[in-house]
Design a protein around this ligand. Sequence first.
Ligand code: UT7
Length: 324
Amino acid sequence: MTIRAVVRGVGHYLPERVVPNAWFEERVDTTDEWIVTRTGIERRHFAAENEATSDLAVKAAEAALKDAGIGAEGVDAIIVATSTPDFTFPSVATMVQGRLGLTHGFAFDMQAVCAGFVYALANANALIVSGQAGRVLVIGAETFSRILDFEDRGTCVLFGDGAGAVVLEADKAAGTTSDRGILATDLHSDGRHRELLYVDGGVSTTGTSGRLRMQGNAVFRHAVEKLANTAHTALDKAGLSGADVDWIVPHQANLRIITATAQRMQVPMEKVVVTVQDHGNTSAASIPLALSVGKERGQIKTGDLIVTEAIGGGLAWGSVVLRW
Ligand code: UT7
C-alpha cells in the first residue's frame, strides 16, 4: 500500500479591480497590440490599496475548503507560496491560520518566486507521504503590483495579483500510475542566474521592499528549455509520458513560453489550461489559479493526468505530475 497526496478541493480569489492593457498605454511607451502579441496578456487584476496578500490567500483558502467540504479545523498544515508577504514576519501562512481560526497544526511560507507553488506542492506531498500531516492546505498568493516599477515597460505590463489554493489529503493507493494524487515531483534551482530576475531591495540590504528587475529575453530562453525538461523528468519518474497527459497546467507567464513548452512535450494546445490572458503573471498564484479556473470551466475532471511546471527568480523551477 502507498500513501498518495490527493487533491480534495481547489479554489481561487482575484481582486475586484481589473486593469486592461490600455491602462499602461497612458503610462509607458507600450501598446495593447505589443502586449497581446508578445505575451498573450489582455488584462490582469490589481489588489485594492487596503488588500494584502493574506487577504487574497484567506479568500482562496476558504473557497478550496468549501470545495473540499471540510472546515479549517480539518487541516493539519498550511503552506503559503509567496514572494510578496504582508510583512517581513510573521509568515503569511500563520496569518491565514489565525484568520481561519485554526489553533492546531503548523503553518509556514515557501519562497521560490514563480516556482513557489510547485515547490509548495512537492513539500506538502513529502509531509503527507511521510505521515507528518494528513491534510495540507497549499496556497499560492501574490500582490506583485506592489513591487512593480511602473516606469519600466519591460516588466510592469506582465504581472498581476491573485491567489489560488488546494486541499491535499492523504489517501491509501495501490502504488500504480492509475492512482489519484501526486505521482512525481521534480525540483531544481541554479543560483548563478540571480541577475536575470530579482528584486532590487530587501530587509538586510536596502531596508526597502525594492522593485522587480528582469532580463526578459534571457529568462524566456531558460524557461522554454528548462520547463520542458523538468516536465519530462517528472513524467519519467512517474513512469508516464507526454502521450498520457490530459492537461498541462503551466505557470502563466507568457503564452509564447506556454506554447513552446507544450510543443516540446508534444502535447497539443487543446490540452493546455491557459489563463494568462485574464490574469497576467501572478507568480506563485498562477498554477493554483489555473487549476481552479480549469476545473470551473469543466476542463479538469476527476482522474485526469495533470502536469504542472513553473520557473522563476533564482532561477528556481520544477514540475509536479498528479492525477486529479
Ligand atoms: O514568471 C517568471 C518568469 N518570467 C518569464 O517567464 C518572462 C520571460 N520573458 C518574457 O516573457 C519576454 O521576454 C518578455 C515578454 C518580457 C519580452 O518579450 P521579448 O519578445 O523577449 O522582447 P524583448 O525583451 O526582446 O524586447 C523586444 C523589444 C525591445 O525593443 P528594441 O530594443 O527591439 O527596440 C524592448 O524594448 O520590445 C521592447 N519592449 C516593449 N515594447 C512595447 C519591451 N517591453 C515592451 C512593452 N511595450 N511593454
